[in-house]
Structures are given as structure tokens and as C-alpha cells.
Design a protein around this ligand. Structure first.
Ligand code: 5AD
Ligand code: SF4
Length: 440
């Protein structure tokens, strides 16, 4: 690689989960601190960070084609950093296959990006996929300006080793950030404009501090930060839904009535093969407890169709579960073999056409469930946190307590918490009538 002038502008492209969105924002802040500014819309950036996801589909292939697309007519490229889980999983391989890339940085090492950029400017390529003991969070700059709804990573990594999943390999073992650091960061986020915090973790409800305090204690303390109106958390594992956390849904008004609790499949043989370590019955028991604590709770789930060996009858158990639970929201995926995971070499890999058909049937069931949930909300009065302007003049978009997308017209501003009445429902959003001017 030849030396290049120091980059003046950057673009961070994040793929995948909310954790990646959070990491992407943090990398942008880090670059901002170096005096590098976001590239104006439509203009090429001097430095492009591809913040990749490895969870499904041909993730690595997509990265290589993205890199190819960055190539200029004269064959040169901007400075390219590959970050995220593909960086972690592929490491040196990316350097070999993509000479245009000068930096490969894993999710636990991106605080070292400025030093890597300095190397790249000198013409040296660098790979950093360490999972260092020192935490990247201490090295990241304070957050100065955020939207009304902000993410706060409280926990990373996963020890569950579901047989289809790369996360325990790419994100490493479960690590919880310390209580006091989180309270400090939460306060700063509120000062910087956040009215809602979503606590993030690959296994967020496994968060524990050194004294053994669980997520509900953190939620209780965050709930009294002046100016913070709403708290959410994602993603949880059914086995880590403790009585204390369930009780928080009853006792902490700032904790929104929404729970994303993936189940993946509705058949116990499949769940066992997935190494989920819960059954459909134990999952449903948790949901019953959560509903007893907070009757209006909106439930959300993740599903995988076509796990190796899944029969038609076993898939139909998943459909039945969706109907039984009455989800407000669901994410459904075709199984995708991830190299290095146990399921990738299991017998009975399901043909693509069968997976397509199952996904379609599942999505039809999920859409019906979402629509029914939204229709059941009609006539309700609730708050909406205004997140952005709509397409039409005077139109605003925001979220209900149940994480529904709501649009309304009237006098409001981004960051307001307004009272509305829900008046029309579709499968993915609702219309509302503004009841009173902004409460803030
Ligand atoms: N194939 C398909 N879906 C997957 N997920 C995780 N790994 C895979 C895979 N190999 C889904 C799960 C998880 C969500 C984030 O992605 O449903 O909850
Ligand atoms: Fe992956 Fe979630 Fe299972 Fe952990 S609990 S291995 S992140 S699917």
C-alpha cells in the first residue's frame, strides 16, 4: 500500500443488529474526535468503514462486493476499514482477498481505529481482532449529541452457544459493563438529548454487576434520572428472565411494556438440536409470568425456519406457537449455515425451496398477528416519543410505548413526548390524533 494523505471525511456503513448500529455511532464519534467529518451526501468519503454483520446469508461475499463497488475508475479506492463480525471471523483472510482494504478491526478493538488510520496513512495495513482485557468503552469519547431515542450497550457477548449462531465466536464471552460506568453514560446521554434509552446486549438480561445485581437493579436506578422518560432493553434469552426483571415490568413505570424474547422454534426436538436449553412450555411459562406482571405487554420474537432436520410437522408447531402467543412483532429468518458452528455440518440440511415456502407461511402468520395487535390498540390513548418528521407537512413519526410506529399531524417537535389517540391500524404502523400540545 502506498502512503495516502490523512482522511478528512468518513462514512460508516453499519449492517445487522442494533449493537452494530451503536458500534457504528461510536466509531463515527471516535473519527469525529480525530477531526474527520462525515462526508457530505452523494460525495465520496476519504475513509469508508464497513461495519459488517456475520449472522446470516452470504455476509462475507457481500462485504467483498461492497469493497469492489468502492473502487474508482482509475483503480484506486478510498481508505477502507472492515469492522464488525465479518472482520472478527475472517481477519487476515480479508487482507488476502481484498488488497484495497487497509484496516480490519473486530468489534472489541475498534477504539484502536485512530492508531490504525495513522498506520494506513503511512501505507501499512493492520488487522486487529483482539478481544483485549481493557475495555473499549473507556477509550471512547463522551457522547455529545444524540437523538431522543439512544442505545446504551450494557453487555456484550454470549455464552449460550446455540448451535446455529456465530455470536459466541465473533463477540466472545459474556461481559457486563460496570454499574457506575453505565449510570454515568446514561446521564450523559440524557444531557445530550436522549429521552429514551434502549439497553443493548447480545444477552442483555444476563447482565450482572460484580456484586451480583441484575438488570432490574440497573433499570431501577436509571429510571430516576431526571429527563429520562423511557427505558427498553434487548435482546433477552428466556432462561435469563428472572423474577426480579419480570417484577420490574410491574413496578417501574419508565420501563416500557415491550419484551423482545426470541424463541426460534415452536418444537422441542428442534429447540434441543438448537441447544436453546428451554422448551416451548418453559418459554410460554415465562410469557405468562410477564403478562401477569404487565398485562398490556407487547411481545416480540425471532424465528428460524428450516433448521437442519426440521420436518413439516415440526415447522407447523412454530406456526401454532405464533398463533398462540399473539406477538406484536416478529423477525423470521431462513436458517443459514454459518461456517464453524455445529449446525452447519448437521445432517438434514433443508432445501432452499422448502425454506422459502416455510418463511412465506410464517411471515403470513406474523403479519396477521401484528395487524391484530395493532387493531386491538385502536382507541387507546398513549404517549408517543417523536423521533422524526414525516413526509407530509406537519406530520411526525414516533413510537408508542408498545414500540409501534405511529404517525400524526400537529404541533410537535423531535424529542417531544405527546399524548395521542390511536385511530387507524396497519400491520406495520398506526395513525393517531394529537390530544394536546407537547408535554415538554
Ligand atoms: N441462520 C438464520 N438465522 C439466524 N439467527 C442467528 N443465527 C442464524 C443463522 N445461522 C437469527 C436468530 C437470532 C437473530 C438475531 O438472528 O433468530 O435471534
Ligand atoms: Fe446466538 Fe442468541 Fe443463542 Fe447467544 S443466545 S448463541 S446470541 S442466538
Amino acid at each position: 500500500m502506498r502512503p495516502t494523505p490523512p482522511p478528512r471525511t468518513y462514512r460508516v456503513k453499519s449492517f445487522g443488529c442494533q449493537m452494530n448500529v451503536y458500534d457504528g455511532e461510536r466509531m463515527a464519534e471516535l473519527l469525529g474526535e480525530q477531526g474527520i467529518t462525515p462526508a457530505p451526501e452523494g460525495e465520496e468519503a476519504d475513509l469508508v468503514v464497513l461495519n459488517t454483520c456475520h449472522i446470516r446469508e452470504k455476509a462475507a461475499e457481500k462485504v467483498y462486493s461492497d469493497i469492489g463497488r468502492l473502487r474508482r475508475e482509475d483503480g484506486t479506492s478510498p481508505l477502507i476499514a472492515v469492522a464488525g463480525c465479518v472482520a472478527q471471523a475472517e481477519g487476515e483472510e480479508i487482507m488476502k482477498r481484498a488488497p484495497a482494504v487497509s484496516m480490519v478491526v473486530g468489534p472489541q478493538a475498534y477504539h484502536r481505529l485512530p492508531a490504525m488510520i495513522a498506520e494506513a496513512v503511512e501505507g501499512r495495513r493492520a488487522v486487529d481482532t483482539d478481544m483485549p482485557a481493557e475495555t473499549k468503552f473507556d477509550a471512547l469519547p463522551a457522547r455529545r449529541k444524540v437523538g431522543p431515542s439512544a442505545f446504551l450497550t450494557v453487555q456484550e457477548g454470549c455464552d449460550k452457544f446455540c448451535t446455529y449462531c456465530v455470536v459466541p465466536y465473533t463477540r466472545g464471552a459474556e461481559v457486563s459493563r460496570p454499574f457506575t460506568d453505565l449510570v454515568e453514560e446514561a446521564k450523559k446521554l440524557v444531557e445530550a438529548g436522549a429521552r429514551e434509552l434502549t439497553l443493548l446486549g447480545q444477552n442483555v438480561n444476563a447482565w450482572r454487576d460484580a456484586d451480583g445485581r441484575g438488570l432490574e437493579k440497573l433499570i431501577e436506578v436509571l429510571a430516576v434520572i431526571p429527563g429520562l422518560a423511557r427505558i427498553r432493553y434487548t435482546t433477552s434469552h428466556p432462561n435469563d428472565m428472572t423474577d426480579g426483571l419480570i417484577a420490574a415490568h410491574r413496578d417501574v413505570p419508565q420501563l416500557m411494556p415491550f419484551l423482545h424474547l426470541p424463541v426460534q422454534a415452536g418444537n422441542d426436538r428442534v429447540l434441543k438440536a438448537m441447544n436453546r436449553s428451554h422448551t416451548t412450555e418453559s418459554y410460554l411459562r415465562v410469557l405468562d409470568q410477564v403478562r401477569a406482571a404487565r398485562p398490556d405487554i407487547a411481545l416480540s420474537g425471532d424465528f428460524i425456519v428450516g433448521f437442519p432436520g426440521e420436518t413439516d410437522a415440526e415447522f407447523e408447531d412454530t406456526l401454532r406457537l405464533v398463533e398462540q402467543v399473539g406477538y406484536a412483532q416478529c423477525f423470521s429468518f431462513k436458517y443459514s449455515a454459518r461456517p464453524g458452528t455445529p449446525a452447519a455440518t448437521m445432517d438434514g440440511q433443508v432445501p432452499a425451496a422448502v425454506m422459502d415456502e416455510r418463511l412465506q407461511r410464517l411471515q403470513a402468520a406474523v403479519n396477521a398477528s401484528q395487524l391484530a395487535f395493532n387493531q386491538a390498540s385502536l382507541g387507546k390513548r398513549c404517549t408517543v416519543l417523536v423521533e422524526r418528521q414525516g413526509r407530509h407537512a406537519g406530520q411526525w413519526l414516533g413510537k408508542s410505548p408498545w414500540l409501534q410506529s405511529v404517525h400524526f399531524t400537529g404541533d410537535a417537535a423531535i424529542g417531544d413526548l405527546v399524548e395521542v389517540e390511536l385511530t387507524e391500524a396497519g400491520p406495520n404502523s398506526l395513525s393517531a390524533r394529537l390530544l394536546e400540545p407537547a408535554t415538554v
